[in-house]
Design a protein around this ligand. Structure first.
Ligand code: ASP
Length: 320
């Protein structure tokens, strides 16, 4: 087992299917994010700073479904969401329904630290962003606009209702790439933190909130257990309170890897007959790293003090 004071960061750039022509940009992006977060930890920075900056790098990248490059909803609009949690204090911040905040994760941190609330969405969140002078940027990219047109066409060709999502996903897997971003870290003081950011599910209904900003579902961190960030079909992570479930497992003695594998096993067992792709990353209090998924891919990277450079991959332990 690793030394409890050795800093560790794990990041993900989403579960789902990573198309070959896009996979290198995904791998480069998660590596850059892991490196940025790890540099902060190496200098003695906090796990919270580390996960926030790592996620912000991926929000700025354009390769992921978070910040710049977010998926479009059914009305061709972006509604971004993000959350962050500090395992030392159990403070958390979350936000959603954001149209043009450059880094939703920074707004989640402001909500955590500067308000009495955990979750602020829509106009109120935009107002806070203005007060705290957060940068704005249109999240629209050519890639997502192209996907939107393809999706719309698929819908117009008879697969016309969202409850038919399972069939749509079967026929057009690339349209439903789940490339949300997240990070979990342990700092040298033994504090853990987690953050997650997303544009949400492609073709979602306006106003739909997924797991990513929901504390316990997409994001959880507690110095008594560890930290976890989820990606995949948000409604599943919500129903299974998946990140908190993985943290409970770590609190009860499971390693980070065991906890995420059990978590994905739970998804397979309890929600088996639906489109149920999920991925989880985690870190435990001993600095062990965890990553598992039931989707074809999980784009992820991690760094420990023993490593010179982040290691990135398009798969982790696949739990069937
Ligand atoms: N979990 C996200 C959501 O359902 C999607 C993703 O992970 O890409 O909004």
């Amino acid at each position: 087992m690793a030394d409890a004071r050795k800093p560790v960061i794990v990041v993900h750039g989403g579960a789902g299917t990573w198309r070959l022509d896009r996979s290198q940009s995904g791998l480069d992006g998660v590596k850059r994010a892991a490196k940025t977060g790890f540099e902060i930890l190496k200098k003695g920075g906090s796990a919270t700073d580390s996960v926030m900056e790592a996620v912000a790098v991926m929000e700025d990248d354009g390769a992921f479904n978070a910040g710049y490059g977010s998926s479009l909803n059914i009305e061709k609009c972006v509604e971004m969401e993000a959350s962050i949690m500090d395992g030392k204090t159990l403070q958390a911040g979350a936000t959603g329904l954001l149209k043009d905040i450059k880094n939703p994760v920074r707004l989640a941190r402001i909500i955590m630290e500067k308000t009495d609330h955990v979750f602020v969405v829509g106009k109120g969140a935009e107002k806070l962003a203005k007060i705290f002078k957060l940068e704005r940027r249109s999240p629209l990219t050519e890639l997502r606009l192209e996907y939107y047109e393809q999706q719309k066409k698929a819908l117009q060709e008879g697969k016309s209702e969202l409850p038919k999502l399972t069939e749509l996903v079967k026929d057009y897997p690339e349209l439903f790439e789940l490339d949300t971003v997240g990070a979990v870290a342990l700092d040298k003081d033994g504090n853990v933190a987690a953050a997650t950011s997303t544009g949400g599910f492609a073709l979602k209904l306006p106003g739909r909130i997924g797991d990513s900003p929901l504390i316990g579902c997409g994001t959880y961190a507690d110095n008594l257990s560890g930290a976890c960030s989820a990606t995949g079909v948000g409604e599943i992570a919500i129903r299974l309170v998946l990140s908190k479930t993985a943290c409970n497992l770590m609190e009860n003695g499971k390693t980070a890897q065991e906890a995420v594998e059990i978590g994905i096993g739970l998804v397979n067992k309890r929600i088996s007959n639906k489109y149920n792709h999920m991925g989880l990353i985690s870190v435990d209090l001993c600095g062990n790293v965890g990553a598992a998924h039931n989707s074809p891919n999980l784009c992820w990277a991690y760094v420990t003090p023993e490593m010179q450079e982040p290691v990135a991959s398009l798969t982790a332990r696949i739990v069937k």
